[in-house]
Design a protein around this ligand. Structure first.
Ligand SMILES: Nc1ncnc2c1ncn2[C@@H]1O[C@H](COP(=O)(O)OP(=O)(O)OP(=O)(O)O)[C@@H](O)[C@H]1O
Length: 692
C-alpha cells in the first residue's frame, strides 16, 4: 500500500467511544487536559516498563541506565496541582498551516507521537510570550488558561488579528497571578513571563546578560527561567559542563530551590559564594575596613607576585647520570627555561609540571648530538631522574595556597615586599593579623580570607569552568568575589542579576560595568527591568523616597499592582514590642505569609514577645505553610525574600544598625520592599527624615 494512503486511513472508532460533541469551549479544553494527562501517564508507563536486563553488559552501565530511567520517570510525573498546560496558540495559516499548540511545562505526545502539549521553551511556544497585535508572529489567537488547584476553570482569549490598537490592557489571569496571596516557597512564572523578561530568558548561551532591576521586577524569576531555557536549548552541552545558581545566603537558596525542579530541571547546583570558596573552614570575620581591602582586586596582584616569588632562578647546573654517561645542563640554560616559563604566564602548577620535561628535553638534545636516538620513554625517565626532581623542587617548589595567604597576612615583611606600589603601608597594616598565625588549621579564617585562598588556588591550578552561572543579588559582591565567580564561568557564560540600590555591603558595586570587568565579562549586555510584580504602588512609592538619598539616578519601579490601602505607617507611644505583636495578630487575619522584619539587634526581644503572646514563628529559610505563616526576619536576611504581609519594626533602628547612613537607608529600602499585599510600619520616635 502506498505510504500516503496508509497514513491518511482512519481507524474505525468503536461505538462506545464515539465522541459526543463537547458542550462548550471550556469543556473541550478540559477534555484536552484529561487526554493529555492520560497521554503523559502512558509516556511514564512506557519508561517504567523498560526492561534493561537484556541491553546492559556490566552492572555499572546497568546502574547508569537505571538512574537515567529514574530521572526520566521523575520528569514525567504529573503534579496534580500544577497545570499541564497554561496556554494555547492558534497559528495563522501562513507558516504553521493553521496549527494549534497547547503550551505547558513539559512536552506530552500521544501514542502516534503527535504533540498534545509543547514545552514552553520550544521555538513554537515563543509567540505565547512575545506576540502582540502589532507583531503577531503569525498567531491568530492566544488563549490563557486559569486554574484552581489542578482544575481548569477559566480561559481568556486575545485576538491578535484585531486591527484595534492594543492599549494598556493587562490580562486578568496575569493580574490574578501577581495578586495571588503568597505562601510557601517561590513558584515558577512560566504561564505569565512578560515580553521584556522573555527576551532575557531566551537570550543565547554564548553571551553574558546583566539585569538591573528594582525590587520585585522578577530578576530572580528571570534568572531561574533562563537556566531552564538554556538547559532545554543546549541540553547535552550543559549536562557536560554544568550549571550553577549563586544566591546570597541559605535562606534565599531554600526559598528558590523548588522553582527549577517544578520546571523539570533537577540537576542545577545552587550555592552561595562562600560555598564555592570553602576550601578552609571559616570561623572568623574581618572588620569592614580589612574586608574591603581583602576584597579589592589589587589583592589578586599581590597574591600573584607573592606566589611567583617562590620561583628561584637556578645558580647550579643539573647533572643527570644515565649508565656510564653524565649529562650536564648549565645554570644559564636552566635559567632560560625558567624565564621562558615565567614569561608564558601559565598557571604556577602547570609550569611546575612542565619544568622537568623541559630539562629532560635539554638532556635529550645533548644525547642526540652525540648520536644517540632516545625516544619518549627516555625523556620521561630523565624527567623523573632524582637530580632533575631535586632541581625542580629548588627552583619551582610546590606552594600550598592557604599557607601563602597565611604568610601574607602574618608576615609584615613578606606582605610589604609583594604589596609594594599596590597597597599603601596603612592598607597593609589594616589587613595584617594582630597575632601572626602558626598553622593553616588553627587560623580563624574569615570569608574574605577564603576568597583570597581561592584566588591563590586558581593561580596554582586553573579552576574548572561551568557552562553557565546565574549570579543573583550580584550588587553585593567584592571585586575578589566577582573574580571567584568569573573563573567558574571563564569559558561559559553568566546571567548577572541585581539592583544597585540594594547594595548593602561596604564593597557593593556602584557600576555594573566595573562588576562585569572583575567578572571577566566586560562585553556583557546590561538590560533593565522596570515593571514591578511584587510591591503595591503605594508601598513602592513610599520606599522610593529613599532613592535620591542612597542611589540617585535610579528610577522608581513601575508597579503592576494598585492595591489601595496597602500601606500603614503608625507611630507607637508606649510598648513597641506589644504593638508589633498586635500588628502581627492583625496581619494573620489575612491569608498568606507574614514577615516581621526588624533590625538584627531587635530579633531576640521580638522573638520573646511573640512566644509570650503564644504566636509561633519561623526563621527565614523554613517554609511557610497554611498552618505556620509567620516568619521573624532579621533585616540582614530579608534580601530576595517576599511575604504577603510585612510588619516592619522601627525603621530608624534598621538604619542605625549599619555602619553608615547610606547602607542603613539601603537596608531599609530592602525591608520596605518585601510585601506583596500590605505593609505596616511601626515606629517609636521619629522616622528617618528621608522617608518624610
Ligand atoms: N511575569 C511575572 N508573572 C507573575 N509573577 C511574576 C512575574 N515576574 C515576577 N513575578 C513575581 O514577582 C515576585 C518578585 O520576583 P523576584 O523575586 O524574581 O523579583 P526580584 O527582582 O528578584 O526582587 P528583589 O530585587 O527583591 O530580589 C515573585 O513573586 C515573582 O514570582
Amino acid at each position: 500500500m502506498p505510504r500516503t494512503a496508509r497514513s491518511f486511513r482512519r481507524r474505525p472508532v468503536p461505538a462506545h467511544a464515539q465522541p459526543t460533541p463537547a458542550p462548550d469551549p471550556l469543556e473541550r479544553e478540559r477534555a484536552h487536559l484529561s487526554a493529555s494527562r492520560t497521554a503523559l501517564r502512558a509516556m511514564r508507563e512506557e519508561v517504567q516498563q523498560l526492561n534493561i536486563k537484556d541491553v546492559t553488559g556490566s552492572w555499572v552501565s546497568a546502574a547508569v541506565l537505571q538512574s537515567q530511567i529514574d530521572a526520566r520517570i521523575a520528569e514525567l510525573a504529573d503534579l496534580s496541582h500544577t497545570p499541564l498546560f497554561f496556554g494555547r496558540l492558534d497559528y495563522l495559516h501562513t507558516t504553521q498551516e493553521g496549527q494549534r499548540y497547547y503550551i505547558g511545562r513539559r512536552h506530552v505526545h500521544d501514542g502516534g507521537g503527535d504533540p498534545m502539549v509543547v514545552d514552553w521553551r520550544a521555538p513554537v511556544s515563543q509567540p505565547f510570550y512575545r506576540a502582540s497585535r502589532k507583531d503577531p508572529h503569525d498567531v491568530r489567537l492566544r488563549r490563557r488558561f486559569g486554574y484552581t488547584g489542578g482544575a481548569l476553570t477559566a480561559y481568556e482569549d486575545e485576538d491578535l488579528t484585531d486591527p484595534a490598537p492594543e492599549g494598556e490592557h493587562t490580562s486578568k489571569l496575569l493580574q490574578a497571578e501577581i495578586e495571588r496571596p503568597r505562601v510557601g516557597p517561590m513558584r515558577d512564572i512560566v504561564a505569565t513571563i512578560q515580553p521584556e523578561q522573555d527576551e532575557i530568558v531566551r537570550s543565547s548561551l554564548g553571551g553574558t546578560v546583566c539585569v538591573q532591576g528594582g525590587p520585585g521586577t522578577g530578576k530572580t524569576a528571570v534568572g531561574l527561567h533562563r537556566v531552564a531555557y538554556l538547559l532545554y536549548a543546549h541540553r547535552e552541552r550543559l549536562a557536560r559542563t554544568g550549571t550553577l545558581v549563586i544566591g546570597p545566603n541559605r535562606s534565599f537558596l531554600h526559598y528558590i530551590e523548588q522553582v527549577l525542579p517544578a520546571l523539570g530541571e533537577l540537576e542545577v547546583r545552587q550555592a552561595t559564594v562562600d560555598d564555592l570558596v570553602a576550601q578552609v573552614e571559616v570561623g572568623g570575620s574581618d572588620p569592614a575596613a580589612a574586608a574591603v581591602i581583602k576584597g579589592d582586586a589589587r589583592m589578586a596582584q599581590v597574591l600573584r607576585r607573592a606566589l611567583r616569588s617562590h620561583v628561584t632562578l637556578p645558580t647550579e647546573p643539573v647533572m643527570v647520570v644515565r649508565g656510564s654517561r653524565r649529562w650536564r645542563i648549565p645554570a644559564y640554560e636552566l635559567e632560560e627555561i625558567v624565564q621562558e616559563l615565567l614569561a608564558r604566564d601559565i598557571r604556577y602548577g602547570a609550569a611546575r609540571d612542565a619544568l622537568p620535561q623541559r630539562i629532560a628535553h635539554a638532556v635529550l638534545v645533548r644525547m642526540e648530538a652525540t648520536g644517540e636516538a632516545p625516544d619518549d620513554r627516555v625523556q620521561d625517565a630523565v624527567a623523573r631522574n632524582p637530580a632533575v626532581k631535586a632541581a625542580v623542587k629548588a627552583i619551582w617548589p610546590p606552594v600550598e595556597p592557604a599557607k601563602l595567604v597565611l604568610r601574607l597576612l602574618s608576615d609584615a615583611d613578606f606582605l610589604a615586599a609583594h604589596a609594594e606600589g599596590l597597597l599603601t603601608p596603612e592598607e597593609q597594616h589594616t589587613i595584617l593579623w594582630a597575632k601572626p598565625a602558626r598553622s593553616v588549621r588553627t587560623v580563624k579564617w574569615s570569608p574574605a580570607d577564603a576568597v583570597l585562598i581561592d584566588e591563590a588556588t586558581d593561580l596554582v591550578q586553573r579552576t574548572a569552568s561551568l557552562g553557565h552561572v546565574v549570579l543573583d543579588e550580584a550588587q553585593d559582591l567584592s571585586p575578589m568575589q566577582y573574580r571567584a565567580v568569573g573563573r567558574r564561568c571563564s569559558t561559559g557564560s553568566a546571567t548577572v542579576l541585581g539592583d544597585l540600590a540594594q547594595g548593602t555591603t561596604p564593597w557593593a558595586t556602584e557600576s555594573w560595568q566595573e562588576a562585569l570587568d572583575h567578572l571577566g565579562k566586560s562585553d556583557a549586555v546590561v538590560e533593565e527591568l522596570t515593571a514591578g510584580f511584587r510591591v503595591p504602588r503605594e508601598v513602592i512609592a513610599y520606599a522610593s523616597r529613599l532613592l535620591p538619598h542612597m542611589s540617585p539616578g535610579l528610577a522608581e519601579v513601575r508597579s503592576m499592582r494598585e492595591s489601595p490601602g496597602s500601606l500603614e505607617v503608625r507611630e507607637v507611644r508606649g510598648d513597641l514590642d506589644a504593638a508589633v505583636v498586635a500588628a502581627c495578630v492583625d496581619a494573620l487575619q489575612h491569608e498568606g505569609s507574614i514577615g516581621l522584619i526588624a533590625a538584627d539587634s531587635r530579633v531576640e526581644s521580638l522573638a520573646t514577645a511573640l512566644t509570650t503572646a503564644n504566636l509561633p514563628h519561623l526563621t527565614p529559610g523554613s517554609e511557610t505553610t497554611a498552618d505556620s505563616r509567620l516568619t521573624l526576619v532579621p533585616a540582614s536576611l530579608a534580601k530576595g525574600l517576599e511575604y504577603d504581609y510585612v510588619v516592619l519594626d522601627d525603621p530608624a533602628t534598621v538604619v542605625a544598625a549599619e555602619p553608615d547612613e547610606r547602607t542603613g537607608l539601603r537596608r531599609l529600602y530592602v525591608a520596605l520592599t518585601r510585601a506583596v499585599s500590605g505593609l505596616t510600619v511601626l515606629h517609636v520616635g521619629a522616622l528617618p527624615p528621608q522617608l518624610g
